[in-house]
Every structure is written in structure tokens, then in C-alpha cells.
Design a protein around this ligand. Structure first.
Ligand SMILES: [Zn+2]
Length: 375
């Protein structure tokens, strides 16, 4: 009793301004939550128009990287989880709009570079947040990084908890229960392609990338991770490739990927590029060739022979730093197209993006930093 009385007294002693402040705070918190639920969340949600959809996500930071969510009927698939540990929350809040049972039927991890595995290697990783049923990853790697070690640890823990794990080579060879082709719905299959570097050493980690092609009826959708030129040559040699509706720009639109040998086979109609356009992340050492920032001029020159439907997730401003005598990134990355969603129904494929649907060639970034190749 005595304690309750003293609490009442303490309340009475609270100055009016403190009570007003508390009420204002409460209004801001409730209002903020209401805005998030009703406006912000809805703005990023785009309803796919077809049974098969590909979602090229922005990753919530300044780093290039891949994380692609694929929905085929009720089947949820995640391909890579870059670019840094912090991307996990960005990826989670994005895919939870579409994946409602916390289960990823398939997880594909293309190769062991950080910008593809960081979210699997995080302290609270994708493996902790979702029940991952089948994990398909690279057969070879030369990585000896802490990130890679944590990836293996987390993956093996998921396997101990009931997940099934195959390498892409096991899939190709159909060993230990693995399959080359997974039937996702009546009309959609996920096919693991043969990459020569599943079983041969490369001096470039990118070449170990798991390559996967989805097929919906007669339509094809190709994702090659960060596969490089010699990998692409073998890919063409060993697989019966033909025209695709969608091609994920290899290696974020690098000049060393998306070579003519591949493009002339697949003649892509839509190209999605997961990168922070213009970021000097990989050209940080002088002399900086800014035409080699992603998406590179060489990549643009080659793909534009086939399509102008090129989309890019995000971009960043750069500035010249007098002290360091070089260009540096300036501020935070922001959306170019934003999250890119490619939806495929029985007879049509559409693209809609969370920020805008502007083609790369029509963006301000392109006008300032790239040139259209002569027709
Ligand atoms: Zn990469």
C-alpha cells in the first residue's frame, strides 16, 4: 500500500512538459508504425503478374552483390545472400512479403565470394531465419576467409537440422539423390547447368559459379553468378543453350563477363544487373578507369546489340577527393530501378521495379557516365 501511494505521488510530481513529451513520443511511434505498415511496406510490394517471378534485390548498403529471390508457384528459392552481413535484414523484410511460411524450398549459393555469401555467413544468418530444405552450392573454391568458414559452419548446422545439401556437380551427375532438373510446378523446372569449373581448378573464384536455368513452358531464364569469359566459353560448349527471356548480367555487368560467345547463343531479351552503378569499389586504386565501374561500358556495348531492356538495381554519387587524388564514393547508395521484378506467365514476361521502370540507356546516370554504342 505504501509503495502504491508513493508511486502515485511520483506521478503527480512529473512536470507537465514531461507528460506532453511522452504523449508526443507515443504519437510519433504509433504514427511511424502506421506509416510503415500502410505506405512504406506497400510501396516495395509488387504483385508478380505470372506464376514465375525473379526478384533482383537492392541490398541496403554501398556494396555490389547478389541476392535474388525466385518464386515459382508456391516454391520459394533464394539465390545468394550478398553483400554484407547487414543485408540479411533487407533481404528478410523483402522476401517475407512473398514467402509466408518461413521456408525456402531451395537455396542456391553460387560461389564463395563475400558479396554472394555474406548473408549466409552472418551471426544471425538466412539459415537461422528460414527453414532451408535443399541447399545447392559450388563444388570448388580456393577461399580461406573467415566469411567462408562461417558460411560452411552455418550451412552444416542447417544440414544437421534437416536440410539436404548437394554441390552443383552432384546435381549434374545426379549423385546421392541430387538432381539435374527440379520440377517446381507443372510447367516450371529449375535446371542446374554444367560448368567445366565445377570439377576443374580456375585461377578466378568467379568461375566456380553455379549456373542455373529456369524454364517455364518454352521460356528460359539464365543466371550464371559471376562466371567469367573462359567459364562462359565452356558453358556454351557443354550445354545446349538457346534464346532466353531473362539473363542476369554475369559478374554485376563486369567487362570480363557477358561475352559475345554467350550472348550470341542466348540473345537475351531482358538483362538484370545487380550492382551499385558507378561505385568505385573495384576501381579504387589510381589510375581509375571509370568506364570499368559496374555496369561497364564494354558490357553495355555488347548487350545492347541484343536488347535495350537493361535494368540496374542501384547507384551512388562519386566525388573527386583532392587529398587522396582519386574518386571516392559520396554518401549512400540509392535506387536506380530499385528491386527489379521480372514476372513470367504462360505467354508474357513483364518487368516492374520498386523505384521506376526506366531503361538503363534512358537514365541520367547513363547520360553522364556511359555512351550508347553506334547502331
Ligand atoms: Zn559478385
Amino acid at each position: 500500500m505504501a509503495r502504491r501511494a508513493s508511486r502515485k505521488k511520483a506521478l503527480k510530481r512529473l512536470p507537465t512538459w514531461a507528460i506532453v513529451l511522452a504523449v508526443i513520443l507515443l504519437i510519433v511511434i504509433i504514427g511511424g508504425y502506421y506509416y510503415y505498415e500502410n505506405y512504406y511496406k506497400k510501396e516495395t510490394f509488387i504483385q508478380p503478374t505470372g506464376e514465375l517471378s525473379f526478384h533482383f534485390m537492392t541490398l541496403g548498403n554501398n556494396y555490389n552483390g547478389d541476392s535474388i529471390y525466385v518464386k515459382a508457384g508456391d516454391v520459394d528459392i533464394l539465390i545468394d545472400a550478398g553483400s554484407r552481413e547487414g543485408s540479411v535484414t533487407t533481404i528478410q523484410s523483402y522476401i517475407n512479403q512473398y514467402c509466408t511460411d518461413n521456408t525456402l524450398e531451395y537455396v542456391i549459393v553460387t560461389h564463395a565470394d563475400r558479396d554472394h555469401i555474406a548473408g549466409f555467413a552472418a551471426t544471425e544468418s538466412i539459415f537461422d531465419l528460414y527453414e532451408c530444405e535443399t541447399i545447392i552450392d559450388f563444388a570448388l573454391t580456393d577461399k580461406e576467409t573467415a566469411t567462408y568458414d562461417r558460411y560452411i559452419e552455418n550451412r552444416d548446422e542447417e544440414v544437421a537440422n534437416g536440410a539436404v545439401h548437394y554441390t552443383a556437380l552432384e546435381c549434374w551427375n545426379e549423385e546421392n539423390g541430387a538432381k539435374k532438373s527440379y520440377q517446381l510446378t507443372d510447367s516450371i523446372t529449375m535446371n542446374i547447368l554444367y560448368n567445366y569449373y565445377y570439377e576443374h581448378k580456375s585461377n578466378d573464384e568467379n568461375n566456380y559459379s553455379v549456373c542455373v536455368q529456369f524454364e517455364h513452358g518454352s521460356k528460359k531464364f539464365l543466371l550464371t553468378g559471376d562466371l567469367e569469359e573462359d567459364g562462359e566459353e565452356y558453358l556454351v560448349q557443354y550445354n545446349d543453350l538457346s534464346e532466353v527471356e531473362l539473363y542476369k548480367a554475369g559478374h554485376h555487368g563486369s567487362k570480363t563477363s557477358s561475352n559475345e560467345v554467350l550472348l550470341e547463343k542466348i540473345k537475351p531479351k531482358i538483362v538484370c544487373t545487380t550492382c551499385v552503378a558507378g561505385s568505385v569499389e573495384f576501381v579504387s586504386k589510381p589510375p581509375q578507369n571509370l568506364s570499368n565501374t559496374f555496369p561497364t561500358q564494354a558490357f553495355i556495348d555488347r548487350v545492347s546489340q541484343y536488347t535495350d531492356k537493361v535494368y540496374v538495381t542501384s547507384t551512388i554519387n562519386i566525388k573527386f577527393d583532392e587529398e587522396q587524388n582519386k574518386y571516392v564514393n559520396d554518401g549512400d547508395a540509392f535506387d536506380l530501378n530499385g528491386n527489379i521484378i521480372v514476372s513470367a506467365g504462360e505467354d508474357c514476361v513483364t518487368v516492374s521495379c520498386s523505384n521506376n521502370n526506366t531503361l538503363l540507356k534512358d537514365t541520367e546516370w547513363f547520360n553522364e557516365n556511359r555512351t550508347a554504342p553506334a547502331a
